[in-house]
Design a protein around this ligand. Sequence first.
Ligand SMILES: *[C@@H]1O[C@H](CO)[C@@H](O)[C@H](O)[C@H]1NC(C)=O
Ligand SMILES: *[C@@H]1O[C@H](CO)[C@@H](O)[C@H](O)[C@H]1NC(C)=O
Ligand SMILES: *[C@@H]1O[C@H](CO)[C@@H](O)[C@H](O)[C@H]1NC(C)=O
Ligand SMILES: *[C@@H]1O[C@H](CO)[C@@H](O)[C@H](O)[C@H]1NC(C)=O
Ligand SMILES: *[C@@H]1O[C@H](CO)[C@@H](O)[C@H](O)[C@H]1NC(C)=O
Ligand SMILES: *[C@@H]1O[C@H](CO)[C@@H](O)[C@H](O)[C@H]1NC(C)=O
Ligand SMILES: *[C@@H]1O[C@H](CO)[C@@H](O)[C@H](O)[C@H]1NC(C)=O
Ligand SMILES: *[C@@H]1O[C@H](CO)[C@@H](O)[C@H](O)[C@H]1NC(C)=O
Ligand SMILES: *[C@@H]1O[C@H](CO)[C@@H](O)[C@H](O)[C@H]1NC(C)=O
Ligand SMILES: *[C@@H]1O[C@H](CO)[C@@H](O)[C@H](O)[C@H]1NC(C)=O
Length: 492
Amino acid sequence: MVEISPPCGRLQFLQQRRWLPVTLPYPLTVFIGMWILVFCSIFLWQKNSFDVVRLFGHTAPMEGSVPRLRQMVLNLSDFGAVGDGRTLNTKAFESAVAAISRLRGKGGGQLNVPAGRWLTAPFNLTSHMTLFLAEGAIILGIQDENYWPLMPPLPSYGYGREHIGPRYGSLIHGQHLKDVVITGHNGTIDGQGQLWWIKYRKKLLNYTRGPLLQIMWSSDIVISNITLRDSPFWTIHPYDCKNVTLSSLTILAPVTGAPNTDGIDPDSCENMVIENSFICVGDDGIAIKSGWDQYGIAYGRPSTNILIRNVTLRSVVSAGLSIGSEMSGGVSNITIEDIHVWESRRGVRIKTAPGRGGYVRGVSCRNLTLDNVRVGIVVKTDYNEHPDAGYDPRALPVINGLSFVGVHGRGVRVPVRISGSDEIPVRGVTLRDMSVGISYKKKHIFQCSYVEGRVFGSVFPEPCENFDRYDEQGRLVKLSTNQNATDIDYGF
Ligand SMILES: *[C@@H]1O[C@H](CO)[C@@H](O)[C@H](O)[C@H]1NC(C)=O
Ligand SMILES: *[C@@H]1O[C@H](CO)[C@@H](O)[C@H](O)[C@H]1NC(C)=O
Ligand SMILES: *[C@@H]1O[C@H](CO)[C@@H](O)[C@H](O)[C@H]1NC(C)=O
Ligand SMILES: *[C@@H]1O[C@H](CO)[C@@H](O)[C@H](O)[C@H]1NC(C)=O
Ligand SMILES: *[C@@H]1O[C@H](CO)[C@@H](O)[C@H](O)[C@H]1NC(C)=O
Ligand SMILES: *[C@@H]1O[C@H](CO)[C@@H](O)[C@H](O)[C@H]1NC(C)=O
Ligand SMILES: *[C@@H]1O[C@H](CO)[C@@H](O)[C@H](O)[C@H]1NC(C)=O
Ligand SMILES: *[C@@H]1O[C@H](CO)[C@@H](O)[C@H](O)[C@H]1NC(C)=O
Ligand SMILES: *[C@@H]1O[C@H](CO)[C@@H](O)[C@H](O)[C@H]1NC(C)=O
Ligand SMILES: *[C@@H]1O[C@H](CO)[C@@H](O)[C@H](O)[C@H]1NC(C)=O
């Protein structure tokens, strides 16, 4: 069941070397030595490639090109799983994960999910585990909610996001883990969310829907090279985690009629990278969060040091990339680079409200391309959605330090709409190198209210008067006449 094979690669090379007869003539020894050296460099360089392993005559019972990412490799089929799309495989997943948890002292284990349709109820991951989804492997979430366990609300939310009391857990779940990898050859985790969305709309559910993948209080998490689709609720939800890398992911859900299917929601997370991915979903593509009103303030865990680069996003309902609206633990040091938002309602949106508390500071956005987007850059400070009446309306979020450099695109109706308020002014906004082709010829398409900031060089369309103007070299051209001027038109 548990396949234990000797480590390959370096060790094998050392054993081979001992066969070299010492009596060989000197040039031949050098020649053979060099040949082995070259061969081994190639081998080490591709040590994950199974074909090279086969060249050495090593017979690992692994199929095709599935790489060996940990010493111990298990196959879901060996745990009695049947990939016919109908057999329920929860026990197989649970037994395989239990087997891996016993391998902790040996560096953990890799669970291969071969091609097939593997229906399952929610299951938990364990530490030092690699879940590998082969090409054509599809993990299917069971639609019957009776199979979904209930969990206590997230402490920083106080409530299930949609209902008071407990919430459904996620299809794939983990708490207090370390060193977890979910990867593959673009295999799929499919939440089969369609029934959940219908039940939600018909108000047939008594608890908040579960995410597709939720990892809580964990560190050293890598999720890469897989497809996730049709989550019942948010798709990937890392909660209070450290050192998380999300790379080469495809995240899909219908762009309408799939409520709350956010792509990735980093929530109170620190040190995180999201890169090289394509996200097209029914709500925010990425939404950075840190808890909700008084519960989030009490929990007090910010989202910080997050880098998002080379991601293509589409959201017809909400925004490509959001911060908030739950941000009560604070959000800081967010770097956003090389982002393409297409055919969407909004590009980048920061949303908050009185009662949230917390802060959003140090958001730096470089090379943002907006392609047929209604509103490009948005700051909204009256996103009044509260868990209960117990929030403190005097808990005012602080927004300071938002920089946008290199904003380009076409077909945008309102390139900028920053609506601060007397209570929540938006400070320290910087715009540089912006040229956005507009699709709507109206006077006030660059909208501001209670904004303090600076514009460098040429910015198109013409920025509002709330900004101080500088030239390319950073010399002051004109001071703002009225930072608190209000010109917001939600009409278009
Ligand atoms: C897993 O086991 C099944 C059944 O024995 C086999 O067909 C498949 O090739 C194996 N897959 C992997 C990835 O090891
Ligand atoms: C999964 O993990 C959660 C949280 O640790 C726990 O409450 C639950 O009992 C676990 N479920 C199973 C089937 O082990
Ligand atoms: C990612 O998946 C593709 C198959 O879609 C595969 O060819 C490629 O080797 C994988 N990349 C990595 C880094 O595993
Ligand atoms: C992975 O699969 C998705 C969905 O089928 C596809 O859109 C995407 O292009 C694939 N990615 C790679 C790298 O093959
Ligand atoms: C919700 O609660 C009602 C009343 O207790 C019950 O009849 C119904 O079956 C529940 N629905 C679900 C999906 O749990
Ligand atoms: C996160 O990664 C850094 C750098 O690799 C390391 O120093 C730190 O210990 C890690 N933190 C956790 C909680 O694993
Ligand atoms: C950007 O991400 C795409 C996948 O969405 C990938 O094909 C491409 O190589 C990445 N570009 C860079 C520079 O890494
Ligand atoms: C900000 O985040 C980046 C990662 O995106 C990190 O490299 C850098 O050290 C962080 N800066 C501070 C001051 O923590
Ligand atoms: C800007 O980002 C796009 C992806 O959206 C990328 O193709 C392009 O190379 C980037 N440009 C620069 C100057 O980095
Ligand atoms: C703008 O409003 C802010 C916050 O209400 C206030 O502190 C500031 O003095 C006002 N500035 C001007 C120029 O009126």
